[in-house]
Design a protein around this ligand. Structure first.
Ligand code: ATP
Length: 516
């Protein structure tokens, strides 16, 4: 029965932290030396492949968001999927996915990519970036009559997509599989935590679009299972994360791998909701000089469909406050973010003890457990998911109504991605963040900026903390709200031609800072 299933999943969550067998939790990584996990076969029925949730009441408001394209000669935006001139199968798959009209990042991104240009695209969480790169790539592969790939000891994909986490790359793969349904284009996914033998067998059956996390992808390239000479499209999703300290060396190894076409010979596409300026400058190493910078709304801004609340707390009051919140949210899907894997185990076990159907996801859980947890959360069997930042980016889960930052992250971009797990595709959502002044003061200024630019109420205590924070000279929370911060604009020596950049805007959306 479902209640005994629930009980057993709660028991296994507790056992994982040694709660039941041992009164003092032990935190041994449960990863064995050899990974043998083989995920269940993918469903083949169309209802599952094309399952989607409805866009929300604010979907049409996307059209009001300011768009800025900078760089030379950007192509005209499209306004309908018809104008994207997709082939019949793609058009049908788009319709079956429930897409009626493109979102702004699709209106601008699709023609830019179709025109063969490199792009650095920034658009708020949940606004359709995945289709913005998948559709034009698939369309170009189809238009160029890409050969149906077949068995070979080395696969040479035409497109490679990289993303920072296993669950996200798997989701992107499923999207690619959905849009390519009924065509000869074959997407394949590679990520860690799964039997390598299983993935090699799947890969060698044929591959046009390879979706991978960096480690497993480089492993397959190193084994000679993936050749790069036919590569035409390289996509970095969550590009700022792919180029930060953690992944930058892998990305440099990837573009420096034997056979990899130079940046002049391939098309490189970067997408994210956040782009710190230093990362933007470094990203230039991977892109052609004349790449286009597409900014939908405030670069690095939070999704305006998420109602953001900050609650001042003390370290020891957090658990009770979390329980209070969860009592009100009931069975509505809620993601609770914490800072450490250990904390994720503690909080998940605590909530299970309090009879809240909870599961957890973090980097020390086995892949089987991670996928089970996500599955239980998606299905609603466990409506509360306790997660570390491993689940902060990209995950698109139906009906997540609440995000709780039990611990605030230590950087503002992570905050933007985390709260973006709710309020997707024009739906509304709520985010509550526990702010511990002893821990979180360094975030005060950035939080005020983010709240202002998303037209949210700023608590006066937070404004005070921001004003009192170190180095506040020139602090202007409402400044630069519409800056389409293409870092090249403030560094003309990088690309002097951009002095005369072409920039256009759509439907300027003005807002007033609360209180002004
Ligand atoms: N044109 C559209 N019409 C209706 N739904 C859409 C459209 N484009 C995308 N969607 C849906 O919106 C949801 C969010 O899209 P997606 O996951 O691509 O967002 P994202 O911008 O990549 O978000 P994140 O920054 O969190 O990665 C998905 O369920 C997707 O299928």
């Amino acid at each position: 029965s479902s209640s005994s299933d629930l009980l057993s999943s709660q028991i296994s969550a507790c056992r994982y932290v040694g709660w039941i067998t041992n009164p003092y939790p032990v935190f041994l990584p449960s990863r064995g030396p050899k990974v043998t996990y083989v995920p269940p076969p993918l469903p083949e029925d169309e209802d599952t492949i094309f399952a989607h949730y409805a866009s929300g009441i604010n979907f049409n408001k996307y059209d009001d968001i300011l768009v800025d394209v900078s760089g030379l000669n950007p192509p005209q935006a499209i306004y309908t999927f018809k104008e994207a001139c997709l082939c019949e199968s793609l058009e049908r798959n788009v319709a079956k996915s429930g897409y009626v009209k493109p979102t702004p990042v699709q209106k601008h991104g699709i023609p830019i990519i179709a025109a063969g240009r490199d792009i650095m695209a920034c658009a708020q969480t949940g606004s359709g970036k995945t289709a913005a790169f998948l559709l034009p790539i698939l369309q170009k592969l189809m238009a160029d009559g890409v050969a149906a790939s077949s068995f070979s000891e080395q696969q040479e994909p035409e497109a490679i997509i990289v993303a920072p986490t296993r669950e996200l790359i798997n989701q992107i793969f499923l999207e690619a599989r959905k849009f390519a349904h009924g065509t000869c284009v074959r997407p394949v996914v590679l990520y860690g935590g799964i039997s390598t033998g299983h993935q090699i067998r799947d890969l060698l059956r044929g591959c046009n679009v390879l979706c991978g996390t960096p480690g497993r992808l480089m492993d397959m390239i190193g084994r000679g299972k993936v050749g790069l000479t036919k590569l035409r499209y390289l996509v970095m999703d969550e590009a700022d994360r792919m180029l930060d300290m953690g992944f930058e060396p892998e990305m440099r190894r990837l573009v420096g791998s034997p056979g990899m076409p130079s940046k002049e010979e391939r098309q490189t596409l970067m997408f994210s909701a956040t782009y710190p300026e230093d990362i933007q400058r470094m990203a230039g190493d991977f892109l052609k000089k004349d790449y286009l910078f597409l900014a939908v709304g405030v670069v690095g801004g939070a999704c305006s469909d998420v109602e953001q609340k900050l609650v001042q707390v003390t370290k020891f009051s957090k658990r009770d406050q979390l329980l209070d919140i969860l009592k009100n949210t009931g069975t509505e899907r809620t993601m609770v973010f914490v800072e450490t894997k250990r904390q994720a185990d503690f909080i998940a076990a605590f909530l299970c003890q309090e009879n809240v159907a909870t599961t957890s996801i973090h980097g020390d859980r086995e892949q089987r457990e991670r996928e089970q947890a996500l599955g239980d959360f998606r299905s609603g069997k466990c409506p509360v998911l306790v997660a570390t930042s491993v689940a902060a980016r990209g995950l698109d889960i139906k009906d997540v109504q609440h995000v709780v930052n039990f611990d605030l992250p230590n950087n503002i971009d992570d905050y933007v991605h985390r709260i973006g797990r709710t309020g997707r595709c024009g739906n509304t959502g709520q985010a509550v963040s526990f702010y511990d002044p002893e821990q979180d003061n360094q975030l005060a200024r950035s939080l005020v900026k983010i709240l202002c630019s998303a037209q949210q109420e700023v608590p006066s205590w937070l404004e005070q903390s921001a004003l009192g924070a170190h180095g506040t000279s020139g602090f202007n929370p409402v400044g630069r709200v519409f800056a389409s911060t293409d870092s090249r604009k403030s560094h003309p020596y990088i690309a002097p031609s951009l002095q005369s950049h072409s920039s256009y805007t759509l439907n300027v959306f003005l807002f007033v800072h609360p209180g002004t």
